[in-house]
Ligand binder design. Structure first.
Ligand SMILES: Cc1cc2nc3c(=O)[nH]c(=O)nc-3n(C[C@H](O)[C@H](O)[C@H](O)COP(=O)(O)O)c2cc1C
Length: 483
């Protein structure tokens, strides 16, 4: 497989949707869909009437048509629900998710990858997060059924995933060990998934699936080495993400010290030694402020196969970020007042999370404080062991009393933002709470806003994914063959 020079970063929820990934793949680079919360995203789009019929077209290609039909029965509303944001809830994940949720998750991942790969020979990847463990077996299988070429995984140490992918190629039963807070060393909590039982109503053959390449995202030499030496299957390359990248960032090593403005302070120890990395003899890509030709060339000179770029793609025409937010943010960049803040508290994961300020968004203190705390999606809930040995689920962004009643520390709830709901608001799929409160956005971006500025300076009011690729490579990309 020819290695891509540019990996368009997975950006959840739905910022890197199939439209963006397809456009990047068509232009000869690796288009990546975000696999985060695709179940709820697809359910909401179906309730919105599935404009363009894309989801229904992909559902027609799913092997088990009875299952695809059940998804339509549950969620599709012709011409969309009357109250635009009163979406039906989808079930939440737990150790034993309902069949309905398993079907929805496998199919949603199939649909997203199918649409990104439809009609061309370019390459498509999916981005999953080790921190959001519970959907991962189903997400992987759905993406692999649609022939995903790469699986990219960050936010943790996904040692078990390569071996799981090997088994899923043969539709074998798989098992994923879960991280459980307050568990004792002898505990062994896991989720399992059996593709054959999943497809029990399907009479057709289950052919061997191609094994996607696996690229974990790392931010230290130690983590890179652990992945290469201890993973349960082949690791095909590494993405090295620096702390200036958009989205979540690895925390600084050692005790976290904050600047006067309240941002984590990173030092030389937080960088990756590329000479040492090269000793691992695998291709690697650099991420974090590599969205132009100068930085791309630097990465190549340092021995990288290429770069992974997020922020520059987030504001292009084909990304899923709502057009109104793109326009507002571009305006702040144009005026030179755009500010990206590395918030050490915002994310319930505990990882620093970059936030860009603009008008009405949860980045503004008053907007944040006026949001009634609610946890109705729960992707970032952590699993914990109760005193009686059973398992519970809690998120530091849920209502404080509920979190504390589950044994969580009240200080852990300070400043935590509900990323699940906010990120859906970013892509025009906010849910209206029963109180009438409509979720507000919270947009992340890297610190590399100069790239967008250069587009604005050239008089372009909006730009395409192809423009980003051209700007990075310094040449028009070669378009791949259509099928
Ligand atoms: C809006 C946005 C959302 C992101 N979401 C994810 C994600 O869900 N998973 C992930 O591994 N990385 C995520 N990232 C990181 C990107 O995949 C990429 O590594 C990073 O953006 C590269 O740095 P840059 O922003 O300077 O280009 C996100 C980045 C942005 C800007």
């Amino acid at each position: 497989m020819k290695l891509p020079e540019i990996i368009q970063g997975g950006m959840g929820i739905g910022v890197s949707g199939w439209e963006l990934a397809k456009e990047v793949a068509l232009n000869g680079q690796l288009g990546v869909v975000s696999g985060t919360a695709l179940d709820v995203m697809m359910a909401r789009k179906l309730q919105g009437g599935d404009r363009g019929g894309h989801i229904r077209r992909a559902l027609d290609a799913f092997p088990d048509q009875k299952m695809a039909g059940r998804i339509l029965d549950r969620y599709f509303v012709n011409r969309g629900i009357k109250d635009r944001f009163r979406f039906k809830q989808v079930p939440r994940f737990s150790l034993n998710p309902s069949e309905e949720l398993v079907e929805l998750t496998v199919i949603a991942n199939f649909v997203e990858v199918y649409l990104a790969k439809e009609g061309h020979e370019g390459q498509v990847g999916i981005n999953l997060l080790e921190k959001i463990q519970m959907p991962n077996l189903y997400s992987l299988y759905g993406a692999m059924l649609a022939g995903v070429d790469y699986v990219i995984m960050g936010a943790g140490i996904p040692l078990e995933i390569p071996g799981i992918m090997d088994k899923l190629t043969r539709h074998e039963k798989v098992r994923l060990t879960l991280t459980v807070e307050e568990a004792s060393p002898e505990d062994d909590f896991a989720m399992t998934f059996d593709p054959v039982s999943f497809f029990r109503e399907f009479n057709g053959p289950l052919e061997v699936l191609p094994r996607p390449a696996f690229l974990p995202i790392v931010s230290s030499n130690v983590l890179a080495m652990v992945m290469m030496q201890k993973a349960t299957g082949k690791v095909d390359g590494l993405i090295v993400e620096e702390h200036c990248a958009g989205g979540h960032n690895a925390p600084p090593r050692g005790k976290m010290n904050l600047s006067d403005e309240g941002e984590p302070i990173y030092g030389p120890k937080d960088g990756v030694n590329l000479d040492k990395l090269k000793e691992l003899n695998v291709p690697f890509w650099l991420a974090g402020n590599y969205g132009d030709e100068e930085h791309f060339q630097k990465a190549r000179e340092a021995g990288a196969a290429g770069v992974q770029v997020g922020t520059a793609f987030q504001f292009c025409r084909e990304s899923g970020l709502a057009a109104e937010f793109k326009a507002k943010i571009m305006e702040t960049i144009k005026k030179g007042v755009a500010r990206v803040f590395t918030d050490p508290l915002a994310s319930p994961t505990g990882f620093p999370f970059k936030v860009i300020s603009f008008g009405e968004s949860l980045s503004e203190k008053l907007d944040f404080l006026s949001r009634p705390r609610i946890c109705d999606l729960g992707y970032l809930r952590r699993i914990y062991k109760k005193a009686d040995g059973s398992l519970g689920y809690r998120c530091p962004a849920e209502p404080k009393e509920a979190y504390v009643a589950k044994g969580g520390k009240v200080e852990d709830t300070e400043g935590r933002k509900c990323l699940c709901n906010a990120l859906l608001a970013n892509i025009s799929l906010p849910r209206m709470q029963l109180t009438g409160y409509l979720e507000k956005p919270l947009v992340t971006a890297g610190t590399c806003l100069e790239m967008m500025k250069s587009f604005i300076d050239r008089g372009m009011s909006s730009y395409s994914a192809k423009d980003v690729i051209t700007a990075i490579l310094g040449a028009r990309p070669a378009v791949v063959k259509s099928r």
